[in-house]
Ligand binder design. Sequence first.
Ligand SMILES: *[C@@H]1O[C@H](CO)[C@@H](O)[C@H](O)[C@H]1NC(C)=O
Ligand SMILES: *[C@@H]1O[C@H](CO)[C@@H](O)[C@H](O)[C@H]1NC(C)=O
Ligand SMILES: *[C@@H]1O[C@H](CO)[C@@H](O)[C@H](O)[C@H]1NC(C)=O
Length: 715
Amino acid sequence: MIVDDKQEMEGFWIYGAIHAIKALSYVYDLLTFPVYLILQRPWEKRKASRRIKARPISKDDNQITYRGVDSPKSMHIMLEREKVDTLEKILLCVVKMYGNKKCLGTRQILAEEDEPQPNGRIFKKYKMGEYKWKSFSEVEKLASSFGRGLVELGMKPRNNIVIFAETRAEWMIAVHGCFKQNFTVVTIYATLGDEAIAHGINETEVDTVITSHELLPKFKRLLDMVPEVKKIIYMEDQLKPTSTKGYKDGVQLLPFADVIEMGNKSSASANSPKNDDTAIIMYTSGSTGVPKGVLLSHNNIISTLKAFSDAVKIRSDDIFLGFLPLAHVFELLAESVCLLTGVPIGYSSPLTLIDSSSKIQRGSKGDASVLHPTCLTAVPLILDRISKGINEKVKKSGPFRQAIFNFAYEYKLKWTKRGYETPLFDKYIFGAAKQVLGGRVRLVLSGGAPLSPDTHNQVKLCLCVTVIQGYGLTETTSCATVMDTYDRTTGRVGAPTTVCDIRLENWEEAGYRVKDHPHPRGEIVIGGDIVSAGYYKLPDKTKEDFFQEDGRQWFRTGDIGEFHADGSIKIIDRKKDLVKLQLGEYVSLGKVEAELKTCPVVENICVYGDANKAYTVALVVPNQHYLEEIANNLGIIGKNLEELCNSPQIEKAVLQELVEQARKCKLQRFEIPGAVKLCAEQWSPDMGLVTAAFKLKRKAVQERYQHEINRMYAS
Ligand SMILES: *[C@@H]1O[C@H](CO)[C@@H](O)[C@H](O)[C@H]1NC(C)=O
Ligand SMILES: *[C@@H]1O[C@H](CO)[C@@H](O)[C@H](O)[C@H]1NC(C)=O
Ligand SMILES: *[C@@H]1O[C@H](CO)[C@@H](O)[C@H](O)[C@H]1NC(C)=O
């Protein structure tokens, strides 16, 4: 009884308080509206958001092709005027422009210390210092030395070389060192499995691999699978010496600094690449089969750089936080734009990014709090985590704060849609969230996978940042489209950039046609200088996906999109994600997953549709915290994750949540999973169930859980 009373009282107070705030904000709106109207000129923002960005240039029954309307901007024009057409020339050019300005920064690790945890365990944590910077001139000198060092080591023209390392300053130095000698760099994701790594190294016939202290031990096993490899260069750890014992005989292991020193003394000359030489063979994990090497020429990369600098407003006073894998073309491009604009890049890692990151000592600062970056790149997975993190924090802050937060959120959502800013709420309500990333972030570039509108809005509103989404593939050297800075919509990826055309082609089988109303729909085909020449040593696959037309290279993406009236694209499906069920209905598995992923209990999900069945089933990796909550509500206590996942009662409750969510999103009956299996293990690239960019590998997931899938359909 007492409890009830208390809750009632609390409810009453909250209700009263919210009411008062609403009334106040109403009066505030009335008073400030005329001022804001004049100061913020919302109509201009609304107009800028609706601006036409691309127009059709050709059209028939089967296809429609769009081209952007914008003309090249100053950086793009400068590169053409100065004939900067390779990455080697980029580095020389930026040294001339920015010389002693800060270029690449590495956070100093001072010591590793034991930190006792409340539960009695002891974790190793870093004591960290400031960022230490290398200037543009220093980076260029180091790259030159590294390139000459490789020549001294016996690297010959036409040799490929592998970089297999996490993102860090030495990665950039190494890659530019290779460009100076016209060595083609093979990049492989650090998170791939052994087989895939060995495949990339084997196929490109390299004898020299550049790796890092952390990844070197992998080669104890790998070297037997890649007999050609004779030299391994490792980037050192700041604290610990690297053990070179236990590796195959006859393989030489050298520290990165030694190669630089060899090059510093060497008089080998540079061997500049040409515009159409291959700069990088980038192994993409792909969602099926073995990884494919995508050939990227200097021309491809310079073209995207031009497009990127036309589309994204990076300013010379920006500071960039680099932490996505550089083996991902999107990050490499973003960092290259930073070089070009004279923007310092401070490197970080998921282990040290924010104050609460796992390697940061209690009470000390994460990289973002020290660097105070203004822009960064992210993949949707990271933004989803941030968004879920905010929700959880708000939920834990108690009903009163939660109510205020929700009110502020709705308020801001409403007014920003109309083109207004909300400076007071930004300062007093959302200010704290912004501090997590150092307090100054203004621009987040998202790529790699479609970003859900909910997450897009939440990150934009709560962190008070601009979130720009782009679309492209490794085969198109990342961005083929980028959202306009003034575009305030969500769920779309922007219009074609200044260097490519985008075509939609009918895909009859699933009923996507360019004649569709209200928007033309079809498979996205991209043409222009950004399109790769093809896959390394895979002529058949290259022929299947690439073609030449009017002297341009085109690539069939397998993604389905629609063009909106302003020339922006929305990605609506993927060919591979579509299955036809027993009664002939097509289900877009990707779409269903995207909707169901917004359920708090869902950490990851794979929907499966059997062609001989009339409905789908779902494999779900649950959010442990939320699953425990569900268990508590059902009175199930003291079970571990595995036991919870195996409980039929909990399975039923989760299925219920999925069905409710599916109904809310207006999914069709046959799209809604009829059964669910909870998977206790996280799906990681190591297990081969998701790609390095965390896209589902359907086939692998299906094979692993075939038994469960059969059981679900049988039940
Ligand atoms: C650069 O190397 C490639 C082979 O990797 C070769 O075909 C090309 O001719 C070289 N470019 C120059 C300018 O020497
Ligand atoms: C690499 O090549 C060697 C011999 O050429 C072979 O034994 C090994 O299985 C290959 N590994 C992979 C992963 O293809
Ligand atoms: C390169 O050599 C010069 C002169 O011998 C020396 O001053 C400089 O520190 C060296 N640089 C590196 C990176 O070893």
